[in-house]
Design a protein around this ligand. Structure first.
Ligand code: GAR
Length: 192
């Protein structure tokens, strides 16, 4: 990825579907002087995604795109991204799969965070499956988004030990705390 020139931050869009704790964290990070990105647009496929409240608080532009028809939705998004001169996309709990065509247009500029040690446990219900398999470790991964689900090149990964007492919820929260540290670190790694 191209190095930052001068003090310009890279115009970034964050895509969400739900709670938005990673979005909240990325907004906080983006406002720091040493952050390479600014968040200029948030896209949600759900109109009542909880995460949208952070956007309202910080007066960031938001757009709800329902994704019922992927092709049309992506076209709308692309137009908006071009209009807003967005150069980078962070997926943060965005539960829709972007098409090959869309990814080609933003080649190498879309990243995602996933709550497992990829390539293990791609897809949904990660924590449940990890616990069911009696894994000793889990973690989170920031990776480039490729056409195949959760399969793009890994940027950074954090491993954590699973406690015997961990349930789906405690593991989820433990990993979320790590996600909030890992996502900004990965973004810095890309641009510095
Ligand atoms: C996070 O744990 C993120 O890693 C996961 O959804 C959660 C969103 O939480 N993403 C995926 O599973 C993508 N395949 P948040 O809305 O509080 O950021």
């Amino acid at each position: 990825m191209k190095k930052l020139i001068g003090l310009d931050k890279v115009k970034t869009a964050v895509f969400i579907s739900g709670t938005g704790s990673n979005l909240k964290n990325l907004i906080k990070f983006s406002l720091k002087k040493n952050s390479p990105i600014s968040i200029n647009l948030v896209i949600s496929n759900k109109k009542n995604a909880k995460g949208l409240k952070y956007v309202n608080q910080k007066k960031i532009e938001k757009k709800i795109i329902n994704f019922i028809k992927t092709k049309e939705s992506e076209k709308k998004i692309l137009n908006l991204l071009i209009k807003k001169k967005i150069a980078f996309i962070c997926l943060a709990g965005f539960m829709k799969i972007l098409s090959n065509n869309f990814l080609k247009r933003f080649n190498g500029k879309v990243i995602n965070i996933h709550p497992s040690l990829l390539p293990k446990y791609k897809g949904l219900n990660t924590h449940k499956r990890v616990l069911k398999n009696n894994e000793k470790f889990s973690g989170c991964t920031v990776h480039y988004v490729a056409a195949r689900l959760d399969a793009g090149k890994i940027i950074l990964q954090k491993k954590i030990k699973i406690a015997k007492t961990d349930k789906e919820n405690t593991l989820k929260n433990k990993i979320l705390r790590e996600e909030h540290k890992l996502y900004p670190k990965a973004i810095k790694k890309i641009f510095n």
